[in-house]
Design a protein around this ligand. Structure first.
Ligand code: NAD
Length: 459
């Protein structure tokens, strides 16, 4: 049996909250800290501020019995053996990661250290951040023996975050101290030893069994680089397949066939080869920019990454041109939009390509009726409801009397729509699908004008 560790997680967002719930599920005692008082109040009262499968069930199980919520970082840090920093690291104006939240948290932790702590970067940070964190803590008068800084990058994906955390492909523990490595290995022992999977009382529907994930013990710098390089590589895969999709369009080939042919090569793998309207979200855009910035600072131009970014921007513009080619003019047209989140399964709209497209439609004078299963409240804060922008209760209401329907997010439930109903709901049966959710031939048979990405329209 592994020993419970007392853990503080600072930042209760997509990463911090999921990590806290999962650490509790693994048998640890967790205090989850946030400086947003309303979020902490909501969490204490039983609310869940983000949309994430299985998170409500886990929090329901462990709230006040394994996980506590507080704004008091100082007490949480004092009581914890391991402190995970999971605050945001957004993009700054230069493209670099803005580390001011990490800096603020590190200073505050330093002021409360009175016994040995491992301070862990869970946030995605550039290489060398561990040295800055160490310096900040020492500057606040804490002696070297009282703490270590480690990096444990997080690879979860929004929408499947709980499963990704508990069934990770690998656990990266970057530290230059044996003592810190030992403590972090204890934290992850329930997963790495497999004991969690053998005894798991997973909530209904949640995956229980799994092979234990390998633990990769690395230097702190290597761990920091692993995270940036992983995200940059995944973004590169998306931009790559999008250009191949555009070539398919030019020659009349089907990107799905091509992607399958590429992806069955085990050296390449099938995942992240879905053509679409480009990547978005709170990670890929900023992490690609930050990694490019890191290499620039080291005197190396990572031009491959500049190209990845350029292709991604162009992919959205290209999709918009496709919509224009189907509709000719925009002013006065009514457009139905399915999907606002940057991908299916989440309410996160940060850097969502869907929002860029909606903003452009509004700018060109169209009226938009949008539906998203989880992201409408967040979108309303950025694009307020108006006569021109309406948020509706389901996909059919979005399609109602619309001149065309755009699919902008790959929600599973959109694949299951009643196409006959959509057909008679739309004013014109035009669907422009930025996520390739349907078969062109099946759509043509049903009488739709159906445009997608990288696939020839069926005749
Ligand atoms: P988020 O914006 O959802 O959450 C960050 C939280 O930190 C917020 O609740 C905020 O109020 C809190 N916070 C900020 N300053 C604080 C402070 N001084 N004290 C206490 N709390 C503070 O961010 P996120 O999406 O969870 O991402 C966090 C980090 O994890 C980022 O570095 C991100 O790149 C990385 N990451 C994110 C994902 C993802 O899918 N979202 C995946 C892997 C890694």
């Amino acid at each position: 049996m592994s020993k419970p560790v007392s853990i503080a997680v600072v930042g209760s967002g997509y990463v911090g909250l999921v990590a806290a719930a999962c650490f509790a599920e693994m048998g640890h005692r967790v205090v989850c800290v946030d400086n947003d008082e309303s979020k902490v109040k909501m969490l204490r009262e039983g609310g869940v501020p983000i949309h994430e499968d299985y998170l409500p069930e886990l929090l329901g199980r462990y709230r006040n019995q394994g996980v506590e919520f507080t704004t008091d970082l100082s007490t949480a840090a004092k009581e914890a053996q391991v402190i995970f920093i999971a605050v945001g690291t957004p993009q700054s104006q230069t493209g670099s990661a803005d580390l001011s939240y990490v800096d603020a948290v590190a200073s505050e932790i330093a002021r409360s250290i009175d016994s040995y702590k491992v301070i862990v970067e869970k946030s995605t940070v550039p290489v060398y951040t561990n040295e800055w964190v160490r310096r900040v803590i020492e500057r606040n008068g804490v002696s070297k023996e009282l703490f270590d800084v480690a990096s444990n990058p997080e690879f979860l994906r929004e929408g499947t975050a709980v499963i990704d955390f508990l069934h990770a492909d690998r656990i990266v523990l970057g530290t230059d101290s044996e003592k810190a490595a030992a403590l972090l290995q204890e934290v992850y022992a329930p997963l790495s030893s497999g004991s969690y999977y053998r005894s798991s009382t997973a909530v209904p529907g949640m995956r229980g069994e799994s092979d234990p994930p390998p633990v990769l013990l690395t230097s702190t710098k290597a761990a920091e680089l692993i995270k940036h390089a992983s995200n940059a590589f995944l973004a590169m895969k998306i931009s790559f397949i999008n250009v191949v999709a555009n070539i398919c369009e030019a020659v009349g080939a089907d990107i799905e066939e091509v992607a399958k042919g590429i992806g069955t090569d085990t050296r390449i793998g099938p995942r992240f080869l879905s053509a679409g309207i480009g990547y978005g979200g709170s990670c890929f855009p900023k992490d690609v920019a930050a990694f490019r910035y890191v290499s620039e600072q080291l005197g190396m131009e990572f031009e491959l990454l500049s190209e990845v970014e350029k292709i991604n921007t162009e992919q959205k513009a290209r999709f918009f041109r496709k919509v224009r080619s189907a509709l000719w003019t925009f002013r006065g047209k009514r457009i139905g939009v399915l999907g606002l989140a940057f991908k299916g399964g989440t309410d996160d709209i940060r850097e969502s390509p869907a929002l860029d497209i909606v903003k452009q439609l509004l700018h060109e004078g169209s009226t938009v009726s949008a539906f998203d299963p989880a992201a409408m409240d967040r979108t309303r804060e950025v694009i307020p409801e108006s006569a021109q922008m309406r948020y509706v209760g389901d996909a059919y209401a979005a399609a109602n009397e619309a001149d065309a329907l755009l699919i902008l997010t790959d929600w599973q439930e959109f694949r299951e729509l009643d196409l006959a109903r959509l057909h008679y709901t739309l004013r014109y049966p035009i669907i422009i699908d930025g996520r390739n959710l349907f078969e062109p031939s099946a759509m043509a048979e049903r009488g739709f004008t159906y445009l997608s990405v990288g696939r020839p329209p069926a005749q």
